[in-house]
Design a protein around this ligand. Structure first.
Ligand code: SF4
Length: 443
């Protein structure tokens, strides 16, 4: 069966499943309404979107330098940095670190990058016990499923399904469909796992080059437990998650939870700067960061698709997508579903493997309207769709991985040269006006 037939089969399955359709419809309606309430002031929203777009564009234009600075700062702070070109390397590095400490019991915080490289499968095959500690991730781990949404991985399941799943795996607890009681049971199970854990693995939302800080946004406190209770913490993330300065974080943080779940702020915001210092009562003795490329350098060097990497993984584009709402995340057959998945997956995996995803778009433009960093999603989907229909283009062939200063620095240099030659203080690259000598932007 070819990729199109498989995709159509998954779509048909989803459309014929009333429960899936109802679960997604009610969850997405709730999220859209909560987000709308958060952005009642449209002028504030417009200003923040512009600011966040510029922060991310600036970070990507300076990516090689910022990654070097980040590595230096993290190393100064006592965090060990590893570079992984692909999924295999990232998994092998993780396993080597765990083996070096004889770590067998692992607790994990939510990380889409770890989903991208199928880390749980790799570690379990090596004989390790991995427990997902984010409630949604824990539920789908029990169900042996993959996330159907990048922020709410178990959004396709309703309360009754979750109650049955927990009871099936933990019959020592009484059956209940009460949400608070279900959460209480999961909390008790998780406490024991945290106490037994030899290592914690987490994702990272933002990395600050200026200070060597890893930022983690979460609601359940499990991220903090993963990164502070076990003696070893391994963080993993994509190379694009770096920003230049600590002052870049508040505007991004102002948009991320409001766009994602309609919350003004999340319950926890963790800033990790170093392992436990002498005299401190908690925190891991060792912290490692794995920086994953896995095709991102290639995207970074394609001027037509560069904006893909602006993404802060808020999920708003899928919450507002009429296709995603009807077919749900699993129908896409990819780690990243919805509009962002439709542009990321064909670039990471290749149009020949998953180019048919580009047909899952009505070009309504809702995703681009809500994206907090102004990624022109329909434009990128349309471009990829044209390539998928017309055959595999040269532009989507993988380029060599970006090794720190090599590669993408040419964009910043190009901008500077053009600007100097024509005497402008601002030029437009890929549709973005880059104000080169604006101290507000490049300070
Ligand atoms: S593309 Fe935009 S809206 Fe979608 S997840 Fe990324 S940042 Fe959020």
């Amino acid at each position: 069966m070819n990729q199109t037939s498989e995709f159509l089969q998954r779509i048909e399955l989803a459309l014929n499943n009333d429960q899936i359709r109802n679960n997604f419809r009610s969850a997405m309606d709730g999220l859209m309404s909560k987000r709308r309430d958060q952005f009642a002031d449209i002028d504030e929203l417009a200003a923040l979107r512009t600011q966040d777009n510029l922060i991310r564009v600036n970070a990507l234009l300076k990516l090689p330098d910022l990654l070097e600075q980040l590595e230096q700062q993290l190393t100064n702070n006592g965090i060990v940095v590893h570079w992984a070109e692909n999924a295999d390397q990232a998994n092998q590095i993780t396993l080597n670190i765990l083996n070096s400490k004889n770590a067998k019991n692992i607790v994990k915080g939510k990380s889409m990058v770890s989903e991208e490289i199928a880390m749980n499968h790799y570690l379990e095959k090596a004989g390790l016990c991995v427990t997902e500690s984010d409630l949604g991730e824990f539920i789908i781990q029990l169900a042996k499923e993959t996330p159907s949404h990048i922020v709410m991985p178990a959004v396709h399941k309703n309360r009754r399904e979750i109650a049955q799943l927990l009871h099936e795996h933990f019959p020592q607890y009484p059956y209940t469909e009460d949400v608070d009681e279900l959460t209480g049971i999961a909390r008790q199970i998780m406490r024991e796992r945290f106490e037994q854990a030899d290592a914690g693995i987490s994702g990272v939302n933002f990395m600050v080059a200026e200070t060597g800080t890893l930022c983690l946004v979460e609601n359940e406190g499990n991220g903090r437990m993963c990164t502070s209770v076990p003696p070893l913490h391994i963080a993993i993330t994509g190379i694009e998650k770096v920003v230049e300065k600590l002052s870049d974080i508040p505007p991004l943080l102002s948009m991320l939870p409001r766009s994602a779940t309609g919350q003004k702020i999340t319950t926890y915001f963790n800033m990790i700067n170093s392992p436990r210092k002498t005299g401190e009562k908690d925190g891991p003795e060792e912290v490692h960061l794995i920086l994953l490329d896995n095709g991102r350098s290639s995207i970074h060097q394609q001027q037509d698709f560069f904006e893909t990497l602006l993404c802060i993984r808020c999920g708003a584009c899928m919450n507002h997508c009429p296709v995603y709402v009807r077919i749900g995340g699993h129908a896409y057959g990819s780690v990243y579903p919805g509009p962002i998945g439709t542009i990321v997956e064909p670039q990471l995996q290749g149009l020949d493997k998953i180019g048919t995803l580009t047909s899952a778009c009505t070009m309504c433009g809702a995703c681009a309207e809500v994206c907090p960093v102004k990624i022109p999603l329909p434009k990128l989907i349309n471009r990829l769709r044209a390539e998928a229909v017309g055959g595999i283009s040269q532009t989507l062939q993988r380029k060599a991985p970006l090794k720190k200063k090599e590669g993408m620095a040419y964009l910043a240099i190009l901008a500077m040269v053009i600007s100097t030659l024509v005497g402008l203080s601002a030029i437009s690259i890929f549709g973005h006006t880059i104000t080169l000598f604006n101290p507000q932007l490049f300070r």
